[in-house]
Design a protein around this ligand. Structure first.
Ligand code: NAD
Length: 296
């Protein structure tokens, strides 16, 4: 009986939460402007003509506009050399008007993202990807955190999902998603199991997860039968495919329909983690602004 009650999975609406985060941020920006302060600014660096990257960047700059953050686009052709790119980052590091710098990844193969991130000012690292930001997260010190992981934590908080003492399983160990999510969950006193491509008996590990975060980059990889009844399932994956009539379809790393039958909470794709990632980028830009200007 209890299981049946739990089997009605509540959808964690990232789109609605992101809209509410943006509204709060807009009010903060309005207050700054009313006090005669300058607008927060986000610089976005895009190299090459990857369509998905261009779309993500467009989405991010449009979101900036919605909350009143100024965005500065720096677009380079795919053949750009490292020196040009590093010079751009150095200039942005020094610019008073720029609070956050986002380098859209992946870069073309001949450019090293590690080298680019090594020159980026950690105080402007709104993606939380520099070694300094990662070290700060690892050590539990103040710093800018990667956007998707903080977006996931905000969703858990919004839906009052208990984290302390719970068993959280994270599938994926990337620096961008899996590792930082695991750190943030541990900081909230979850017991965290990290899984990756060499993990054995993954289905059984998942079946013991109170919170299951999936960032494997594999479409509909996690089956409904892997989900513990009553668990919270966070699907980070995004996959663009086409339906039978050629229509565009977006799906995640989890078999949503089956998982939603057993989960207590579940994020949809689209409309779950994705919108939160962009909202947290804006939030990080405001945080960087406040720290740089000494407001906080
Ligand atoms: P990645 O390719 O860098 O990492 C994937 C991870 O999954 C690796 O650590 C790997 O060990 C693990 N993995 C792969 N196959 C596995 C298997 N069979 N079993 C267990 N683990 C396995 O990807 P990423 O950058 O971490 O992104 C993961 C997914 O999240 C992608 O689909 C990406 O598009 C999506 N993503 C979404 C957002 C968002 O805003 N929603 C943001 C970033 C990434």
């Amino acid at each position: 009986m209890v299981l049946q009650e739990q089997s009605v999975g509540q959808v964690m609406d990232g789109k609605a939460l992101a809209a509410s985060v943006r509204e709060t941020l807009k009010q903060e920006v309005d207050m700054l402007l009313a006090a005669g302060k300058r607008r927060p600014g986000l610089a976005v660096v895009l190299v090459g003509d990857d369509k998905a990257s261009a779309l993500y960047v467009k989405n991010k700059t449009q979101s900036c506009k919605k909350v009143g953050i100024e965005s500065f686009m720096h677009t380079f052709p795919a053949a750009t050399d490292m020196e040009t790119l590093l010079n751009c980052i150095t200039t942005l590091n020094e610019s008073e008007a720029v609070d956050g710098i986002l380098v859209q990844l992946p870069l073309p193969a001949h450019l090293s993202s590690e080298e680019v991130l090594s020159v980026l000012d950690p105080n402007k690292d709104v993606d939380g990807l520099t070694i300094e930001s990662m070290g700060r997260l690892f050590a539990g010190k103040t710093g800018l955190r990667p956007c998707t992981p903080v977006g996931v934590m905000a969703l858990l908080e919004q839906y009052n999902v208990e984290v302390e003492g719970k068993h959280a399983v994270v599938i994926g160990r990337s620096n961008l998603v899996g590792k930082p999510i695991a750190m943030l969950l541990m900081q909230k006193n979850a017991t965290v199991t990290m899984c990756h491509s060499r993990t054995k008996d993954l289905d059984q590990i998942c079946q013991n997860a109170d919170i299951l975060v999936v960032a494997a980059g594999k479409r509909e990889f996690v089956k409904g039968s892997w989900v513990k009844p009553g668990a919270c399932v966070i699907d980070v994956g995004i996959h663009h495919t086409h339906g039978p009539a050629g229509e565009s379809v977006i799906s995640g790393d989890v078999q949503y329909v089956d998982a939603a039958k057993v989960a207590r909470f579940i994020t949809p794709v689209p409309g779950g983690v994705g919108p939160m990632t962009v909202a947290m980028l804006l939030a990080n830009t405001i945080v960087a602004y406040e720290r740089r200007t000494g407001i906080k």
